[in-house]
Design a protein around this ligand. Sequence first.
Ligand code: HEC
Length: 202
Amino acid sequence: MAQNKDKNPAEDVVIQGHNYDGIQEYDNPMPGWWLWILWASIIWAPFYILGLHFSDVIPSYEEDLAAGQAEIVEIREAYEAANPTFEATPETLASFVGDEAQVAEGAALFVTNCAACHGQAGEGLIGPNLTDSYWIHGASDVDLYNVITNGVIEKGMAPWGSILSPDARAQLVAFVRTLEGTNPPNGKAPEGELVETSETDA
Ligand code: HEC
């Protein structure tokens, strides 16, 4: 018996009686898995509608969004609590000034970032002498912190606020505080106003 290659495997289940001008219809049922998904969706639909619109079981889109955003706020607050933003006040800076470890960190930062303009010992080169008692931009710890942070761009002092961390800048303040009165060789002539040492503590 010759095999007919075009024979449809479903030909065994021809639906009898469906015969239109000699065109017959085969019974090709949807696959079982597909039907199961369809039935499951149909059964799930009323529960979903009830749960969404008539009870709190399923959160609405708005509720879901609000919950998600509350979670983000929570995460952010936890992060901020764990990483408090540094505020340069006389008190916060005082905790750096005089602390040997912080001064040592500041000294290392000074050599890499500042010595090119202020001299290895802070004696002054392009930038002013940082070892005398004369200050152009104020002599308090906060003044030093601010000038280091914001720079004096038109005079060639770079702003370090976006380059060095707040801690690093506070460490630099602590280091610069140790320079006053060290009187290194080749000190640059004083610039700015004389500020008595006792006043710099303010
Ligand atoms: C590119 C050169 C340059 C570099 C690098 C530089 N400075 Fe300066 N700095 C200056 C100049 C110039 C001034 C003076 C600004 C003025 O005349 O207003 C100055 C001013 C200052 C002052 C204020 C002095 C005063 O009399 O009020 C401080 C403090 C200071 N610098 C600290 C630093 C520290 C700390 C660093 C390193 C993080 C640094 N500078 C890096 C050029 C520089």
